[in-house]
Ligand binder design. Structure first.
Ligand code: F6P
Length: 546
């Protein structure tokens, strides 16, 4: 395949950007009363409005040609069928297989249909969760389990934690807690509220070798022992989720208590597997199955819809348009939902760990920007934080607004107010405010004062956004939303010719920390730069160590 920058699609987009750079979205809306009708899609309980973007039909057609030139359809099919598209790890990429319905065609990896294994592990995990919820699985002293502590990090934490929190209205009987950070404040605060007799710990690590997780798992086991409960009770109070079942057993977790993961599911794509156990424990089997069904509905749409009507493809192409052709400085994601407050953090890993790459699949240096800086915070809160920069800063930062249309809480007019703010921000970012409009607002001021203040109140506008509306934040819709972003990221990875499914950069950081930890406690000949040596020595002084 040609380098993507040498395709006519890429070059036409460059020329098109120059030709359309002066068009303001306000004028695009004024010129076409049907713009919203033409530029939104609906899928089950989701509405995707992308009309507030710096695009017209020609832009969208050119972007679809780019997807075609990059081979997005073929690569999506390769992923779906279990081809080993994660080249650097020689693995298939099959998170979509985790949410296939019972009547699905076999999915073959190395000559074996993976669906029976997936279903077996899912049934085991769901049965375990239901046994906790219904008081069938009791603690070693015969008491009902009230608390479940999930110990994991990265993909073994962010997805499960975000989903558990997002589905708070559906929670059943067991309280679910998360411990991820090696900073002892995390585990100390969780343990402080627990009774060992009524707590189950789950050590979640695909590799079962991640130091933060093992550190916390050991701390949890030590705490359990210190509570004076019998050693044999560990079998009732500790479970694990891992693709390295032996390592989990060596840690002391009974074989029956280990739920298997598969090497063809990346950590950040794994909440659909047994890694979703905390979600299962929180909301039970039927809601978890609805969550999987929602993701599958988005998969079906992604694998079958033409590019021009395909929600994840459009989302990806818009991101490429801004990042590679319009000079965007980042991407903001703002859920107008307190229960989705961890969504930006989850999405950061999904997006930045996947597409933060500077080499192509074949090892060449890329000549264009790949994954960008993604950040976000729950709305409306972030309107009082970083929105000033979006409205009047100098940088181009498109925004995804995620807004549930109904809430189960029904307190006052809170929800309507929140939705109104989301819609108003998207409108204001798009419209802006001209100098004339600013002057008109200040008509009562003396002229000199008005002329001084009006430029401060001018907003350039033309700031792009997508509005992703969910009829409610249900398990099904959340599954759709997450699968939408997974596929968006995949499409971008294909266009950039990179591998979204490895993470060698993070692996490197893990290795470096291993060298420094012993140096913090024992005097050694430090072989680091002077800054790192200075920091290590300062730590030692603070601990009164020589
Ligand atoms: O952050 C790096 C990473 O390898 C992630 O990709 C992964 O989700 C996380 O560490 C945790 O890994 P594990 O599940 O193997 O403990």
């Amino acid at each position: 395949m040609n380098k993507i920058t040498q395709t006519s699609a890429w070059q036409n987009l460059q020329a098109h950007q120059i030709n359309t750079a002066n068009l303001h979205m306000r004028d695009r809306f004024a010129a076409d009363g049907q713009r919203f009708d033409k530029m939104h899609e609906t899928l089950h309980g989701m509405l995707f409005d992308y009309s507030k973007n710096r695009v017209n039909e020609e832009t969208l057609n050119l972007l679809c040609m780019l997807a075609d030139a990059a081979g997005v359809k073929q690569q999506a099919e390769a992923m779906r069928c279990g081809e080993k598209i994660n080249i650097s790890e020689n693995r298939a990429v099959l998170h979509t297989a985790l949410r296939l319905p019972l009547d699905a065609e076999p999915v073959m990896v190395d000559g074996e249909n993976v669906l029976p294994k997936i279903r077996h592990e899912l049934s085991r995990a769901l049965a375990f969760a239901e046994n906790l919820i219904n008081g069938v699985h009791l603690g070693v002293t015969g008491k009902r389990i009230t608390d479940f502590v999930h110990i994991g990090i990265g993909g073994s934490d962010l997805g499960p934690q975000m989903v558990t929190q997002a589905l708070q209205p559906y929670h059943k009987t067991v309280r679910v807690h998360f411990v991820s950070n090696s900073d002892d404040a995390n585990i100390a605060q969780v343990l402080a509220s627990l009774n060992a007799e009524t707590t189950v710990f789950c050590v979640a690590s695909k590799s079962f070798g991640t130091p933060e997780t093992l550190l916390n798992a050991h701390a949890a086991r030590t705490w359990y022992r210190e509570q004076g409960l019998p050693e044999a009770g560990i079998a009732r109070h500790f479970v694990a989720i891992s693709s390295d079942v032996n390592a989990a057993q060596n840690f002391g977790i009974a074989e029956d208590n280990v739920f298997a993961m598969f090497d063809w599911v990346g950590g950040r794509y794994s909440v659909w597997s047994a890694i979703g156990l905390p979600v299962m424990v929180a909301v039970g089997e039927s809601k978890f199955r609805q969550f999987l069904n929602g993701a599958h509905a988005m998969d079906e749409h992604f694998f079958t819809a033409e590019y021009r009507r395909n929600i994840p493809v459009l989302l990806a192409l818009l991101g490429v348009w801004y990042g590679n052709f319009c000079g965007a400085a980042g991407q903001a994601v703002v859920p107008y939902s307190h229960n989705l407050r961890r969504f930006p953090g989850y999405l950061q890993q999904l997006d930045m760990e996947s597409n933060g790459k500077c080499r192509t699949l074949h090892g060449e240096a890329v000549e264009y920007h790949t994954g960008g800086v993604l950040f976000g915070e729950e709305g409306v809160n972030c309107q009082h934080a970083f929105f000033q920069l979006l409205h009047q800063g100098t940088r181009l930062i498109p925004v995804d607004f995620i807004v549930p249309m109904r809430t189960p809480y029904k307190i006052g007019r809170q929800h309507r107010f929140t939705v109104a703010n989301a819609f108003a921000q998207a409108e204001a970012l798009m419209l802006g405010k001209t100098l004339e409009e600013a002057r008109a607002e200040l008509v009562l001021l003396p002229e000199a004062e008005r002329e001084e203040l009006a430029p401060q109140k001018e907003f350039p506008g033309n700031q792009p956004s997508n509005s992703i509306l969910l009829d409610e934040l249900s398990p099904f819709n959340l599954g759709m939303l997450m699968a939408m972003y997974e596929h968006k990221i995949f499409v971008q990875g294909v266009i950039w010719g990179i591998n979204p499914f490895d993470q060698w950069g993070v692996e490197y950081g893990k290795v470096l920390a291993k060298t420094i930890e012993p140096e913090l406690s024992q005097p050694r000949d430090l072989q680091h730069d002077t800054s790192t040596c200075g920091l290590i020595e300062y730590y030692r002084r603070c601990q009164n160590l020589k």
